[in-house]
Design a protein around this ligand. Structure first.
Ligand code: ASP
Length: 343
């Protein structure tokens, strides 16, 4: 009896060591982030702004990667990367959130873990500096998946979140953008910029996670909620397939359940890049929808796929290679479409 107990003890110690070695410092980790897709061309981005955006993307992706390297849980690494973009006025999330038609900033965010399909989301919050942190809080400290508006903010207060004055979210760039869009509504100008932010990761435990944070679409009707906080539409993670964060015309991403559709195809055996290509460059193009995704699978393969002229994006792959891209021709991924679909 005594011997059996001792044996069991050694078996447990050995199992523990095996688990630890599985998650050793050499276990591959990887991350991809985006800062939105849209009509992003060299002609409409000044050199200064391009430099600032590339620098912000690099800082954000490195923050997430460092967290992963230090053994952070995937959701915490996603949050670390997204917080940098939320705090930057350059992206449509947190500090740089777009204005709705009523001149207010209403923000949405969501996060999901691939190990157990746990998820948290918030929508239409107006006083939260980092909406992704509140989505994480909903996931970890409430029995719900999504809280909205005043209810989400009451929860934030209970959990000790700082309430920002709405003036914190004011940026002159976004205010002028709203005025331009309102003026252009009559002229029919179709140029679009979706600068929502997101991150997808493979953590040291081999778990996937995804998160997305946004101010939504400029000049949206107040109360409008897009795909970003909708699990399966703008954000999805499942260890059996992949993790996805989307940016683009949210109404279509909800209707076509884009993030889930990509992962579902991966689970059925389609390679990640092909699955994203089919959904973004075929299904969505056929529907007339603009946007893109970043995605990662359990092996750490990364794809950044979009059907717009550009997408702010960065990644650090399993070999530690850093990539920061903006324009379509920055790298030869995806295909230019301009509304044309080949089947
Ligand atoms: N997908 C976001 C929304 O529809 C917008 C964006 O990607 O910038 O709310």
């Amino acid at each position: 009896m005594h011997g059996n107990k001792a044996n069991l003890k050694y078996v447990l110690i050995a199992a523990g060591l095996l688990l630890m070695s599985h998650a050793s410092a050499d276990t591959p980790v990887a991350i991809a982030i985006h800062g939105g897709a849209g009509t992003i061309t060299r002609a409409n981005l000044t050199a200064d702004k391009e430099t600032a955006i590339r620098a912000a993307l690099e800082t954000a992706v490195k923050a997430g990667y460092e967290a992963l390297k230090n053994g952070a849980d995937g959701a915490d690494a996603v949050t670390a990367a997204i917080n940098i973009m939320e705090d930057s006025p350059l992206f449509n999330a947190g500090k740089g959130a777009v204005f709705d038609a009523a001149g207010k900033n209403e923000m949405d965010a969501s996060i999901m873990e691939g190990a157990d399909l746990n998820a948290g989301a918030v929508a239409a919050v107006t006083h939260i500096k980092n909406p992704i942190n509140l989505a994480l809080e909903v996931m970890r400290h409430s029995k719900h998946v999504m809280l909205i508006g005043a209810g989400a903010e009451a929860f934030a207060r209970e959990r000790g979140f700082e309430m920002m004055d709405p003036s914190y979210f004011y940026t002159d760039f976004r205010w002028q953008q709203l005025q331009r869009i309102k003026a252009k509504e009559k002229s029919g100008d179709k140029a679009k910029l979706f600068s929502t932010v997101g991150a997808v990761v493979l953590d040291r435990q081999g778990n996937l996670a995804a998160g997305t944070s946004t101010g939504g679409i400029a000049n949206k009707r107040w109360g409008r909620v897009g795909d970003s906080p909708i699990i399966g539409a703008g954000t999805y993670a499942n260890n059996r397939s992949c993790a996805v964060s989307a940016t683009g015309h949210g109404e279509f991403f909800i209707r076509y359940v884009v993030a889930y559709d990509i992962c579902n195809r991966v689970e059925s055996g389609t390679p990640l890049a092909a699955a994203a290509e089919t959904v973004i460059n075929h299904v969505l193009v056929k529907a007339g929808a603009e946007g893109g995704v970043i995605a990662i699978d359990h092996a750490g393969h990364i794809t950044t796929t979009f059907n717009t002229e550009g997408m702010y994006r960065a990644s650090i792959d399993v070999s530690g290679k850093l990539t920061v891209n903006i324009y379509r021709d920055d790298e030869d991924t995806g295909k230019v479409l301009g509304g044309k679909v080949e089947h």
